[in-house]
Ligand binder design. Structure first.
Ligand SMILES: Cc1cc2nc3c(=O)[nH]c(=O)nc-3n(C[C@H](O)[C@H](O)[C@H](O)COP(=O)(O)O)c2cc1C
Length: 245
């Protein structure tokens, strides 16, 4: 069990008292509560992976992210990032409401010159129908977000219920350290040049109209400019993926 009691030091004799408040009288030297000071517990530094959000505690960032494999240069100190002003209890409560929201799963792809990359995302949605627009929200440190910023285009491969392998392949390693398309068959989008995955339901191509800076993430709003259908089948939802992985 975690010890959550506060620690108080007697500034006269050094006696340590544990409790929510200092003692009425120091049992060693007899002074009152006004002579006690709260001992601030040293909290370990927290580092966030800007690619996959993994949190590491320690004096320095890890050599390698255990989730997506990127190096220490992709980590930022959490204290340097803006806070949302919520207590842990409030945050947990509000977060639990958001667990009721449902999502689809997609491979978002882009290009940078002759290089291509893609990542798993649950954040793609259609946002308007005239013109047809969609948006996606990606961690700024991902290789895919970097490519979209540079090229101004992205592709969306819509996953079906048999695409678990693609979720893992594109979601738990980064284009910063591996070539994810090396052994994967893909088509090249006619309008944008972004790669699409033929073993999915369909491929949608978008041109970025607006990029919204959300601190940790960039939201890319794009106009649908092309695409093609592949397989007719049930789409993969995040809930289905979690229940069957
Ligand atoms: C189910 C699932 C959903 C994800 N959704 C998102 C998302 O919406 N936005 C995001 O930034 N990362 C998301 N990720 C994490 C990225 O896919 C992951 O960090 C990836 O390694 C980034 O690759 P890249 O650096 O090659 O672009 C998701 C991962 C999984 C497994």
């Amino acid at each position: 069990m975690v010890n959550t009691l506060k620690k108080w030091r007697c500034t006269v004799c050094g006696y340590i008292h544990e409790g929510d408040t200092p003692p009425a009288e120091c049992p060693i030297c007899g002074v009152g509560p006004d002579k006690f000071e709260l001992i601030e517990e040293e909290k370990p530094k927290r580092w966030r992976c800007t690619v996959c959000n993994y949190i590491h505690e320690g004096d320095t960032p890890p050599e390698k992210c255990p989730i997506c494999g990127v190096g220490p240069d992709k980590f930022v100190l959490v204290e340097d990032e803006p806070e949302d002003g919520l207590s842990k209890e409030e945050k947990d409560k509000l977060q639990s409401l958001l667990f009721n929201v449902s999502y689809g799963l997609y491979i978002i792809s882009s290009k940078d010159g002759d290089k291509i990359n893609g990542m798993t995302s649950n954040s793609f949605i259609q946002i308007t129908d005239t013109p047809l627009r969609g948006s996606v929200c990606l961690n700024k440190g991902t290789r895919t977000a970097e490519m979209i910023e540079k090229s101004g285009v992205f592709g969306v491969s819509v996953l079906g219920q048999n695409n678990h392998d693609l979720v893992t392949h594109f979601g738990f390693q980064s284009g910063h350290t591996v070539d994810k398309f090396k052994d994967v068959s893909y088509i090249t989008g006619e309008k944008t040049g972004c790669p699409g995955l033929p073993n999915t339901l369909c491929f949608i191509e978008l041109e970025v109209e607006k990029t919204v800076d959300l601190g940790t993430h960039n939201m890319f709003i794009g106009k649908v400019v092309g695409g093609e259908a592949f397989h007719k089948s049930e789409p993969m939802t995040y809930a289905y993926y979690r229940a069957t992985r």
